[in-house]
Design a protein around this ligand. Structure first.
Ligand code: TYM
Length: 345
């Protein structure tokens, strides 16, 4: 039996959702609904790997949910829920903690970045973060994972964990009636080939746009109003040259490249097409055009987000319903994992 295609992805409710999250992930989540069954998760267990204010966390879980729905994710046709509702994520993560090796996790660049110099003081959860992420995906035996480029290394680790589990337990997997050729878990594929897999900071074209950048001018927030968007784009760092007419001309011009990439992704076109239109233009012409485009693409999303945020009962209902439907898939998978590993149930 080959694995049935299934999409899973997650977003952390850690505040400051930005254009990178939208173009690299959420917009692609929306597109994938047309061709796949999709499960989209607000990963609150991941959020608490660094301290979160409990009152804010609740608000931020609802905010990410509202962003999913406002962007066009259909919670009836697909599944939207928050991770902590489905206990099987944490359950499978524990098994994976015993499959993954310290050496594998030690190589994770995100841990190194987030833990910074004071590694001794990082939470154990932050170190084990990628095993939980593997569990998120594999507890549904999901096959496709749309993510931004920064998550690629974590996806490779998820594949390694799936592979090692399949190898370590191959006899038990066969004894429990699964095709030993396939193994029990699929090797999930990262889908990072969208138009903007790595949106960069507006202040520094060599750094990714990030929730944790201290400068609010580095990112366009999903709830920014039209004035804020226009101002941030106007102030975005650029070089003094006009835009080139060919892609080749963006080489070594990270800020120009980033703004052109953002324009192309928002307009659903290619970077080459953007350069065809704006090649030879100065940023004084291009930036207002980009600001108009960003406002017209984002304002329906932020307006809808605000409306949804005001209706917490509706949001909470979506998450509860999604949680129940997610559990219905995850529970039998976890039961089989228990049988394979050798637990009595
Ligand atoms: P998170 O919450 O940091 O980001 C959510 C999604 O947004 C993408 N992203 C970007 N894409 C392009 N340019 C950027 N500057 C940019 N910044 C962020 C991220 O790649 C991500 O797709 N570990 C994940 C959440 C997670 C998950 C999962 C994802 C937990 N379990 C299982 C997939 C499958 C994270 O921290 O994403």
């Amino acid at each position: 039996m080959a694995f049935k295609p299934l999409v899973f992805s997650g977003v952390q409710p850690t505040g400051n959702l930005h254009l990178g999250n939208y173009l690299g992930a959420i917009k692609r989540f929306v597109e994938m609904q047309a061709t796949h069954d999709c499960i989209y998760c607000v990963v609150d267990l991941h959020a608490i790997t660094v301290w979160q204010d409990p009152v804010e966390l609740k608000k931020q879980i609802r905010e990410v949910t509202a962003a999913f729905l406002a962007a066009g994710i259909d919670p009836k046709a697909h599944i939207v829920f928050n991770q902590s509702r489905v206990v099987e994520h944490a359950e499978l993560a524990w098994v994976f903690n015993c499959v993954a090796r310290m050496g594998w996790l030690n190589r994770m660049t995100q841990f190194k970045e987030k833990a910074g110099k004071d590694r001794e003081n990082a939470s154990v959860g932050l170190f084990a973060y990628p095993t939980l992420m593997a569990a998120d995906i594999l507890v549904y035996r999901a096959t496709h994972v749309p993510v931004g480029e920064d998550q690629k290394q974590h996806l490779e680790l998820a594949r390694d964990i799936a592979q090692k589990f399949n190898n370590d337990f191959s006899a038990a997997i066969a004894a429990n009636g699964h095709d030993p050729e396939d193994g029990f878990f699929p090797l999930p594929e990262p889908l990072t080939q969208g138009p903007a897999p790595r949106v960069m900071s507006l202040r520094d074209g060599t750094k990714k746009m990030s929730k944790s950048d201290p400068s609010d001018y580095s990112r366009i927030g999903l709830t920014d109003d039209a004035d804020a968007i226009a101002q941030k784009i106007r102030k975005a760092r650029t070089d003094p040259d006009a835009l080139p007419s060919e892609l080749e001309g963006l080489k070594d011009r990270p800020e120009a490249d980033n703004l052109v990439t953002i324009y192309a992704a928002l307009a659903d076109t290619s970077r080459a097409a953007v350069l065809k239109e704006f090649g030879g233009s100065q940023f004084s012409t291009f930036k207002p055009a980009l600001a108009d485009l960003a406002v017209s693409a984002l304002s329906p999303v932020s307006t809808r987000m605000r409306e949804l945020m005001a209706d917490t009962a509706y949001i909470d209902g979506v998450l509860k319903d999604g949680g129940e439907r997610a559990t219905a898939i995850a529970r039998p998978v976890m039961d089989q994992v228990k049988d394979i590993v050798g637990f009595l149930r």
